[in-house]
Design a protein around this ligand. Structure first.
Ligand SMILES: *Cc1c(COP(=O)(O)O)cnc(C)c1O
Length: 362
């Protein structure tokens, strides 16, 4: 058995989550978001599993081209559009769809000489104030795109939520109200909901939902847990014990002597560290699972190794250590290290082997 860190990807759980999202938003098509290597789950392998998705969403053109090179023929949407007009010929040649969020993109698109028209997702800033056409310029841009032979119809009209992970935040209601006011009377397919929108804001489902995190079986809600939403974690991140050692009361362990044994005890040294994407700021006490039981990390996480206090339990070299997964929510680890599960999943490095399991593999 390999003693390297492994991210095991359960494709049955992925299929379950996809179906579950479809049942929550039964009238919507699903644009499955695969950016950042499918949130660490493996871009191409995840795309190959999601045969029922209506489209895939990625952040950048190189991600889309990796999918095309890998044989994926489904519609792919560049969620931030093109970064430079130079990319337009490649976008047409590879049959990609673009989000248009800025005046400069509108101008470039209207003025381009394209081999074929492209599908456009016109993004409106309804209150997040990061990307999007200003509400005041929406009508004009909409009319320009509708009239342009470079733009395929129907146009897609979209916006993005800032606070949908808070179920009662009035900011989301305000964004919804502004968006529906602006698009009133316009022709097009509507897309608003990310994972939190899917789970908590049914009014936002529209023609296309855009789940990322929920597909991977993780709750996007603040203080949320996947199980509460009927989702199954897709990734189990694990490694192995490479040494078991005795320490005496008063022995300081690891870099910076950051933890001192309060009593005589035993440590398991695990082949996992921040070089694999395990968070260096995981405090002493952060749980791992060994043989189904929780044990605390002690001392600092180093690049390749982490130490666990196993007390008098029978833990042996080679035993599997689960960092997060079905029995240990990545949401819990994220809270302990004061980040969000998105960041933990994306931070998994190329040193970690992705391994796919499940009855529906194929
Ligand atoms: C990343 C992204 C999503 C997916 O967000 P989740 O919270 O992971 O569901 C949806 N829409 C856009 C525009 C995005 O950039």
């Amino acid at each position: 058995m390999s003693r390297r860190p492994i991210a095991q990807i359960n494709v049955d759980a992925l299929a379950h989550n996809f179906k579950h999202i479809q049942s929550i938003a039964p009238k919507s098509k699903i644009l499955a978001v695969l950016k950042a290597n499918a949130y660490g789950h493996g871009l191409l392998a995840v795309a190959e599993q999601l045969k029922a998705a209506g489209a895939f969403g990625v952040a950048r053109i190189d991600e889309a081209l990796m999918l095309r090179v890998g044989g994926i023929v489904k519609p792919i949407v560049l969620l931030e559009g093109f970064f430079h007009p130079d990319e337009l010929p490649q976008i047409v040649a590879s049959n990609l769809q673009v989000v248009v969020h800025h005046r400069s993109q509108v101008e470039a698109l209207l003025n381009a000489e394209l081999e074929a028209p492209v599908h456009v997702w016109l993004k409106i800033d309804s209150g997040m104030h990061r990307l999007g056409i200003y509400p005041a310029e929406f009508k004009q841009v909409y009319q320009q795109l509708m009239a342009s032979p470079n733009v395929l119809k129907p146009l897609r009209l979209m916006t993005h939520f800032a606070c949908a992970d808070e179920p009662d935040n009035p900011a989301t209601t305000k964004q919804l109200a502004l968006f529906s006011e602006l698009i009133n009377g316009c022709e097009g397919e509507l897309s608003i909901a990310n994972s939190a929108g899917v789970l908590a804001w049914p009014q936002s489902h529209g023609d296309w939902v855009r789940p990322g995190l929920a597909l991977y079986g993780v709750s996007p809600m603040l203080a949320g847990r996947a199980a509460k939403h009927g989702l199954r974690p897709v990734m189990t991140f694990s490694s192995s014990v490479i040494a078991v050692r005795d320490v005496k009361k008063g022995d300081a362990v690891g870099y910076g002597a950051a933890w001192t044994a309060p009593v005589d005890t035993r440590l398991a040294v695990v082949a996992i560290g921040y070089g694999d994407g395990y968070p260096r700021n995981a405090p002493s006490g952060t749980p791992v699972l060994i043989n189904g039981k929780r044990f605390p990390i002690v001392g600092r996480v180093s690049m390749d190794m982490t130490t666990i206090d196993i007390g008098s339990d029978p833990v042996n070299i080679g035993d599997q250590v689960i960092l997060w997964g079905e029995q240990l929510a990545v949401e819990e680890i994220a809270e302990l290290v004061q980040t969000i599960p998105y960041e933990l999943l994306c931070n998994i490095t190329s040193r970690v082997q992705l391994r796919y399991i499940g009855d529906n593999l194929g």
